[in-house]
Design a binder for this molecule. Sequence first.
Ligand SMILES: [Zn+2]
Ligand SMILES: [Zn+2]
Length: 203
Amino acid sequence: MLSSIRKEDIAGECSTCGALITQKPHGYSMLKYKIPLCYDCQSFFETPRICAICKRPVTPDCVYITFLCKDCQQQVTDTFESEFKKEPYTTKQQVLIHLALKEQQIDNIMNYEVVYGEGYHKTIDICIPQASVYLEVNGLHHAYSPRQVWSDLWRTHFSAVSGFLVLNVYNVALMRNFLYIINGIERIVEARMASMCFSDTDN
Ligand SMILES: [Zn+2]
Ligand SMILES: [Zn+2]
């Protein structure tokens, strides 16, 4: 608890959740994980984990955005480098989600160009065309920057008008919630595809 920590006892910030930490957890986590972590995040790291893409068990040192085995880390890096040459706004987080969805047999396209109307173009981070879903993989400023929130609102509006659902995924949530997020996207895609089937049979 912050109130119980004296200012002079603070040794740094937890690199995962940002909590202020004292010398004891700081020293221990620097030694063991090479990054400062609070007790809560340490116990998170010590729970058995699986790779976010191939689902094989991984050790706590396999952290790259989230838990990823070394082979999948390499796959993310390679895909990122080739995509980055085509689209310099590509992020590794976006590539990771692209690959994890592909692994779950969900076809998706990175950096998908959309023209909403005259003068309004947008590159969508990830498009899942068969379910009419757009995924935006965003920094946290999308939650609080007035200019960004306003621009996102228009994108959501124009997307909805053309029948597309926009899902926002925040980079900061990926570390601890990756598998939940992928699972949630899968269920949304399934539900969207099922409802599209129903409307097709109406004809
Ligand atoms: Zn923490
Ligand atoms: Zn893997």
